[in-house]
Design a protein around this ligand. Structure first.
Ligand code: ADP
Ligand code: ASP
Ligand code: MG
Length: 813
């Protein structure tokens, strides 16, 4: 015989029950079946909720009850054509009994556990009867009331089973029963004096296991709404997948730690008899599901990650605990006397503190029990009053084979640490089947996904981007991202999702990832009103692992937000130079915060757009090299201007063309005045280890005062036209010496300057084309022949690719 159990969703409505009957028809061809059913989906909740309302004299309980009643009659109507009247009559009687019970609660303003158990038992009493009658239409089915078989103590809402009597009742019944299929209600039982009891919420699984063990069934099948026990709760971890094969012990650990797919006590009775359990999906019967047996084939050490959401952490500490025996005994005695389930225990070897995790609903009772037990010590300050920390969760790695593998806990804690998940307590049993960590509840989703990626991710790392600025650079960046998405996933195992996009007026978010084909027209334009603070707030609230904020603007206010992003463990990638060229103190602060909160702060595109200048410099410094001198042409815009300016055009027109081609900052004076170059050499100097301010850089500008003093683009351009003779003069002087004009930045032994220079033909800068940049690093290792980096140093496309490179650096981190 096989035992099959169908959960609430599987029997939610007539369409689903039809699917159940189809499965029964298939299975009944092979073997005799005992079929245990739950109440129709959500019915138990509604029954209890109605009772609570009645107890509070809230008449709306009647409406809620009516929805339950109507749903049952509708289901009968849809499923049963033969003898429907007698079925309706029976159901009618049950509802009349139920209404009398509610009336009692209403009048007495009371809902005792005993009444609660009777009321909630109706869910299964109704469902099992209807399903049996519906299945009878095509199969050889009989109905049996579980209350005649399962006998318990009188702990009404979570009764303990008397296995001896129960097993003997079950054997007697099934031995004499001849029908191919017997349908029984799950969840409900009776105590010795005949009163109704229940086996605890979710207890229909347990009823099925009891029948399976009683009759030594060949297998127990738990049919539910997912295709097995997943590597993590699929509602929270999208990448979770069904575990094909898991041991009883592992399944027990998973279910005790939150994997609701199976009610924890279910496993014990079948484990004793080594009956295999299959977890199957009613809506996808062909899927393999999960097989649970004593041992599993050679499989990965970590089988799953489980999670208990609502935990309170209680800490008992004090000098009176050190070296005194019996403190833990008394502590656990106190908790057990008050029936408080301890979910997790840790004790430091100093014995100065013991930490226990209990369900949040038990916390205040637990504090009372402990305070009572240790009243004497607390009064004499030998033990401190119990400290309670609420809003924490437990996440746990589960696997029988973890003990044979080193470094798993290291991997677990380092990946959590990288994502700034603060671990409040750790527990690892000597058997190492479970490594648990207590974390803040707000971090749980991030933590679960981080661990899942680490242990089951096929090495795929997911990055979540929040992008501000979708002008030239941002636009190109999104296009490159869209184009490279598949390549990154296939070849580098990086999955990049854009979660938020913002321009100066609108912002748009999608936690599942924004469709990059569509972001501009239909999404961002219809997005919500943007502000820098609310963009940050959303990124914080979502609290996704590997979050990256990308600044594609040249805006000072945006740059002022970096610190807050970093402090929330959100990496920052920026092409905006303002932060790195701001006061030294601010630059250092950002670096410090980045380190402290484990959030990268990358700005490769601050110098030379996409050229790997800063990264190279960082590697030189990190590997122990010392920079003596940097010589560079760092302004793509100035290089473009002086490469194109001659006697056949005007300075004004060449600058205007450079701006048109996207080679200048939005305010071209920043480039032309040399300020932009000064900022760049400042950043290189700082990255080389020199502590300079922008004011320490000698800027020998070629722009006359009159141009420098303008306050808007129009006045600036007008001044260029007016001063054309000045620029022609500069050009002519260089030309007569057979030199080219280059705006050169230099750092020599910690002193930096920028200015226009005459570059002779032999010099490496002479042939610098278009908007190219060049940097020469003279270091301990490159004293004479400098390390050179040269290439396109301006433009949206290359800047975007530089941003992209920083994002990939973060992924590879
Ligand atoms: P039923 O009503 O069939 O008894 P439950 O709601 O009790 O179903 O259990 C199935 C649900 O358990 C799934 O829908 C899923 O949301 C949840 N769940 C939590 N953790 C896990 C996990 N690790 N694997 C599978 N399901 C899980
Ligand atoms: N109907 C009960 C509940 O909702 C038992 C079950 O479905 O397993 O808790
Ligand atoms: Mg269940």
């Amino acid at each position: 015989m096989k035992v099959l159990k169908f959960g609430g969703t599987s029997v939610q409505d007539h369409q689903n029950i039809q699917k159940v009957i189809n499965i029964l028809a298939q299975e009944a061809k092979k073997d005799k079946l005992a079929v245990v059913v739950s109440a129709f989906g959500k019915t138990t909740n509604k029954l209890i909720q109605s009772a609570e309302l009645a107890k509070h004299k809230d008449n709306s309980y009647l409406q809620l009850l009516e929805t339950v009643e109507n749903h049952h009659y509708e289901t009968i109507k849809q499923l049963i054509s033969k003898d429907a009247d007698s079925v309706i009559a029976h159901i009618n009687t049950l509802f009349n009994q139920l209404k009398t019970l509610y009336k009692g609660c209403y009048l007495l303003e009371e809902l005792s556990p005993k009444a609660n158990a009777i009321i909630s038992s109706f869910g299964e009493r109704l469902s099992s009867y209807i399903i049996a009658e519906a299945a009878k239409q095509i199969l050889d089915v009989s109905f049996k009331d579980s209350q005649e078989l399962i006998i318990t103590d009188n702990n009404y809402l979570k009764a303990q089973v008397d296995f001896e009597t129960t097993y003997s009742n079950c054997r007697a019944f099934f031995n004499q029963n001849n029908s191919q299929v017997v349908v029984l209600p799950g969840f409900i039982a009776k105590c010795y004096d005949g009163q109704t009891t229940t086996l605890g919420r979710g207890g229909s699984d347990y009823s099925a296991a009891i029948y399976a063990a009683a009759v030594n069934a060949s297998e127990l099948q738990i049919w539910t709404d997912v295709s097995g026990m997943f590597t993590a709760n699929p509602a929270i971890v999208k990448q979770a997948r069904p575990i094909r094969h898991i041991s009883y012990q592992e399944a027990m650990e998973m279910s005790h730690f939150g994997a609701k797919v199976i009610y924890p006590p279910t496993i014990q009775p079948v484990r004793e008899k080594e009956i295999p359990i299959y977890i199957k999906n009613t809506f996808q019967p062909e899927a393999h599901g999960t097989l649970i047996t004593l041992h599993t084939e050679n499989s990965s050490p970590v089988k799953g990650i489980s999670y208990v959401e609502n935990i309170s952490l209680l800490t008992i500490e004090g000098s009176g605990m050190v070296g005194i025996s019996g403190v833990s005994k008394r502590l656990f005695e106190a908790l057990s006397d008050d029936e408080i389930n301890v979910v997790l225990i840790t004790q430091a070897s100093s014995e100065h503190t013991i930490c226990v995790g209990v369900l949040e609903e038990d916390a205040s009772k637990a504090v009372e029990s402990i305070a009572k037990k240790f009243a004497y010590e607390i009064e004499r300050h030998k033990i401190d009053p119990v400290k309670v920390e609420n809003d924490v969760s437990i996440i746990a790695l589960v696997g029988d084979r973890m003990k044979n593998h080193q470094g798993l806990s290291g991997k677990m804690f380092s990946s959590l640490g990288k994502n700034n998940v603060n671990i409040r307590a750790i527990a690892q049993g000597a058997s190492e089947k479970n490594i648990s960590a207590v974390i803040k509840r707000l971090d749980a989703k991030k933590a679960l996904n981080t661990l899942h990626e680490q242990f089951f991710g096929d090495n795929i790392k997911q990055l979540n981007l929040f992008i501000t600025g979708v002008g030239n650079v941002g636009n190109r960046f999104l296009a490159q991202l869209q184009q490279q998405k598949e390549y990154l996933l296939d070849n580098l195992k990086i999955q990049i999702r854009v979660i938020g996009i913002s321009n100066s007026t609108k912002m748009y978010f999608d936690e599942k990832g924004i469709d990059l084909k569509d972001w501009k027209k239909s999404l961002l334009e219809n997005g919500e009103h943007a502000s820098l603070e609310s963009f940050l707030e959303q990124a914080k609230q979502l609290n996704l692992r590997n979050s990256v904020f990308i600044d594609n603007t040249a805006n000072q206010s945006v740059s002022k937000m970096y610190q807050q992003y970093l402090e929330n463990n959100i990496a920052v990638v920026t092409c905006n130079k303002i932060a790195c060229a701001s006061e030294l103190q601010n630059y250092k602060k950002l670096k410090e915060v980045s380190k402290k909160y484990n959030a990268s702060f990358l700005f490769e595109t601050n110098v030379g757009a996409g050229l790997p200048i800063i990264d190279t410099l960082k590697n030189l410094v990190a590997s122990g090299d010392r920079v003596h001198k940097i010589q560079a042409v760092l302004s793509g815009s100035l290089n473009y201007v002086f490469n194109n300016y001659n006697t056949n055009n005007t300075f004004h027109d060449v600058v205007a063309k450079a701006q048109e081609e996207g080679y200048t900052e939005p305010d071209p004076k920043i480039d032309l005045s040399g300020v932009d170059v000064a900022r760049k050499i400042l950043i290189l100097a700082r990255e080389s280890g020199y502590e300079l301010e922008l004011s320490d850089i000698d800027n020998n500008s070629f722009l006359p005062e009159e141009s420098l003093e303008t306050t808007n683009n129009e006045d600036f351009y007008n001044s260029l036209t007016k001063l054309e003779a000045h620029f022609q003069d500069i050009y002519a002087k260089a030309n007569t010496e057979n030199c080219k004009l280059k705006y050169v930045a230099e750092l020599v032994d910690g002193k930096a300057k920028v200015g226009l220079q005459h570059i002779p033909q032999a010099h490496p800068f002479y042939n610098l084309e278009g908007s190219d940049n060049i940097v020469l690093f003279f270091t301990d290792r490159y004293p004479i022949q400098p390390l050179q980096i040269k290439g396109a140093g301006a433009g949206a496309e290359v800047t975007a690719s530089g941003i992209f490179a920083d994002v990939i650096r973060i992924a590879n981190n």
